[in-house]
Design a protein around this ligand. Structure first.
Ligand code: ARG
Length: 390
């Protein structure tokens, strides 16, 4: 019986090399590739399609941008997603890519699922958390075979895979609508300062551009309009990446603790994510109660950690998401953001659901009877005084 594998395919060198390897080293008769579009550059997708046409037995391209925004990015905004300061991106896209790959494998009655991740990173774990929920065999040639870069390039050339003539690409890049990750090469030395050339979405924050302002409208915790113009999430994020990128907003250079325990030097750019997350956090402060804010900070952190690990099928992920959705119901309003020299800060916010009473808090009003507060003040810090008096 012929053995069929469905491979999560990015179009890059590693997953391209996987195609002939799966036939030659693993004996698969049919290698089917699935390229999931989560907003990577069009050139990457075109190149992937072209390579797949030549190499694979059957190829599928799935436009999952809208689903990525609605079901992965929007929840991340509502949960103020951040893992050690990383806004996520690669992490939240992997489960979706894995799920799309599984969908095709099931439809076609395949025998196995493949991915091109190495054994050092998080992505293998995120893919397999989804893949292994099926009863299909899981194959990871890059992790299995531990190939050197030179070997891969020679092998690729022998199999008619076009390898760019330029020497080895200096950085490993992973890109989707939410963030762009740059790692490897000289950046592996944590003391090496990232050169301007690693950035593609952001211009230098130091080029002295005059500040700009944008207004973001949120409904139920998710952005629905930019400067008063309603638009869908994909367009809003794309536009905001452009606007905030001009101001150098959303660069991160950090040491990250991978799930395996390895520390890694990571560079990211994510202009829209920074603007939207800062705006959202600010709006929540106007709307949620003090108790909600305290508790939600813990929920957000736990949610982010599960998302980072790719454990989106853990029941806790659904539990926490339910809390996040419930508390987000009232997160409606507009935040005015100032973009300037790499920063995105809220300079104004308004909401019909604010727990805010200008009349009460104002220096200029007599709505609140100040004398009534005396009783409250009398007993504030009571325990400490009681102890001192003993
Ligand atoms: N460190 C980030 C993460 O684990 C980014 C990984 C980038 N992945 C890649 N294949 N280049 O989410």
């Amino acid at each position: 019986m012929s053995e069929v594998i469905v491979l999560a395919y990015s179009g890059g060198l590693d997953t391209s090399v996987c195609i002939p390897l799966l036939r030659e080293r693993y004996g698969f008769d049919k290698v089917i590739t699935v390229l999931t579009d989560v907003g990577q550059p069009k050139e990457d997708i075109d190149r992937g399609n072209k390579r797949a046409e030549k190499l694979s037995d059957e190829h599928y391209v799935i436009d999952a941008k809208e689903e990525f925004v609605e079901d992965y990015i929007f929840p991340a905004i509502k949960a103020n997603a951040s893992y050690e300061g990383y806004v996520l991106g690669t992490a939240i896209a992997r489960p979706l890519i894995a799920r799309k790959t599984v969908e095709i494998a099931k439809k076609l009655g395949a025998d196995a699922l493949g991915h091109g991740c190495t054994g050092r990173g998080n992505d293998q774990l995120r893919f397999e958390a989804v893949f292994r929920a099926t009863d299909l065999r899981v194959v990871a040639p890059m992790r299995d075979l531990d190939l050197s870069r030179e070997w891969e390039i020679d092998y690729a050339r022998d199999h008619g895979i076009d390898v760019p003539v330029t020497k080895e690409k200096p950085w490993s890049i992973d890109e989707n609508l939410w963030s762009r990750s740059i790692e490897g090469g000289l950046l592996e030395d944590p003391f090496f300062e990232p050169p301007e050339e690693i950035y593609a979405w952001t211009k230098s924050p130091e080029r002295g551009l005059a500040p700009a302002k944008v207004e973001i409208e949120f409904s139920k915790g998710v952005p629905i309009a930019l400067d008063g113009e309603r638009m869908d999430g994909v367009e809003l994020i794309e536009r905001l990446n452009g606007i905030a990128g001009e101001h150098g907003v959303g660069r991160t250079d950090m040491i990250e603790d991978r799930v395996l325990g390895l520390k890694a030097r990571e560079n990211y750019e994510h202009p829209a994510a920074t603007v939207l997350l800062n705006a959202h956090r600010d709006l929540e402060r106007l709307i949620l109660s003090r108790a909600e804010l305290r508790f939600k900070a813990m929920v957000d952190e736990a949610w982010s950690e599960l998302a980072y690990m790719g454990l989106v099928d853990d029941p806790l992920y659904a539990d926490l998401s339910a809390f996040v959705d419930e508390s987000s119901k009232r997160v409606n309003g507009v935040v005015k953001m100032k973009l300037s020299s790499g920063r995105a800060v809220a300079v104004g916010r308004k909401s019909p659901d604010a727990i805010y009473d200008q009349e009460m808090v104002s220096f200029d009003s007599q709505t609140l009877s100040q004398r009534d507060a005396e009783g409250f003040a009398k007993y504030h810090g009571f325990q400490a005084r009681f102890l001192a008096r003993r």
